[in-house]
Ligand binder design. Structure first.
Ligand SMILES: Cc1ncc(COP(=O)(O)O)c(C=O)c1O
Length: 310
């Protein structure tokens, strides 16, 4: 089926805004070249932010991470980072200007490809400037488990990419490692997957970071085990410091999670979400533990305060 037809189908049901290189494009016409390197090689980067009352949370931190990802794969953007920021904000406003959408929160994704050209890895083949696409969709399109239902996760048999293979610190368009872990978990009836490194140390989830609590101490994997430096993860570590809750960044094997008093995940979309089931074992008696609740409330308050929400 031609891409146009597929996109038309999507357009019938969505208020999605697509911005390609600074131009709003109807969904039915939003196409990328078959010679684009993101399509051919996953040679692209991305970021995701969500809004609260129309305002993105920690957009500047996401853009800083985008710059860090670019440095990790020798990308020198054709556009200044300020242009991405401006266009993200403009795209969110464009979404909100649609009838009935002013108060709807959004998922906003920016994908930046190294461009299109002749087939072949060499950069001499690239014939266009970098391409960027911004997607703005209703947050309701990305349903999350409610806090009081908690997540059901599988620890994947698939190991996380090694930092010296495809560095997980780089948020690239190449998510096949995580996607395959997710598919196996979903097939087995889980919501999602967690991944270990090749030595058996816990790294992170497919699209989120992971924490556990034992005897009042919060712990999470260190960056150098090979994980994404999550914006939400950082916010939680800072909240622990503020609240006087001890928090450690340590390598740990999977049984620490099975035996933990509480386990929760963090991401821009999931915020703070408790885990109730891990590999079929009940965690925290199948309900959110006290420290997870404290941190979830503190995170909600932080968002409210920082974005000056009503
Ligand atoms: C692999 C991975 N880890 C962690 C995260 C969480 O990061 P953040 O809190 O910045 O959304 C993400 C989110 O995209 C991710 O893809």
């Amino acid at each position: 089926m031609p891409a146009q037809i597929q996109n038309t189908v999507l357009n019938n049901t969505r208020s999605t805004v697509i911005n390609i290189n600074g131009q709003f494009v109807p969904v039915s016409e939003a196409n990328v070249s078959v010679f684009d390197r993101s399509f051919l090689y996953g040679d692209s980067l991305y970021e995701v932010v969500r809004t609260y009352q129309g305002k993105p949370f920690r957009l500047k931190e996401h853009l800083k991470r985008l710059e860090k990802s670019a440095a990790l794969c020798q990308m020198e953007f054709s556009q200044p980072i300020a242009e991405y920021e401006r266009e993200i904000l403009r795209s969110i406003e464009h979404f909100r200007a649609q009838p009935g959408k002013a108060h709807e929160d959004v998922y906003c994704r920016i994908v930046i490809s190294r461009g299109a050209g002749k087939i072949g890895f060499g950069l001499k083949n690239v014939e266009t400037p970098y391409l960027y696409v911004i997607y703005v969709e209703p947050i309701s399109m990305f349903p999350n488990k409610p806090f009081d239902q908690g997540g059901k996760l599988q620890i994947s048999a698939r190991t996380r990419n090694l930092p010296n293979a495809l560095d997980p610190a780089m948020k690239s368009g190449n998510y096949l490692n995580s996607l395959l872990a997710y598919l196996t978990a979903a097939d087995a009836g889980y919501d999602d997957a967690l991944m270990l490194d090749y030595q058996g140390f816990m790294t992170e989830g497919t699209t989120y970071n992971i924490f556990y609590v034992n005897r009042g101490i919060v712990a999470t994997s260190p960056l150098d085990v090979g994980i994404l430096d999550g914006v939400t993860r950082r916010a939680i570590i800072d909240l622990c410091v503020e609240l006087g809750i001890p928090c450690r960044e340590v390598r740990y094997p999977k049984n620490y999670l099975y035996e933990a008093d509480e386990v929760f995940v963090s991401s821009s979309l999931k915020e703070v979400l408790p885990v109730f089931d891990l590999d079929g074992k009940k965690i925290s008696g199948g309900k959110a533990g006290p420290i997870t609740k404290i941190l979830k409330n503190a995170f909600d308050e932080l968002v409210k305060k920082e974005l000056r929400l009503s």
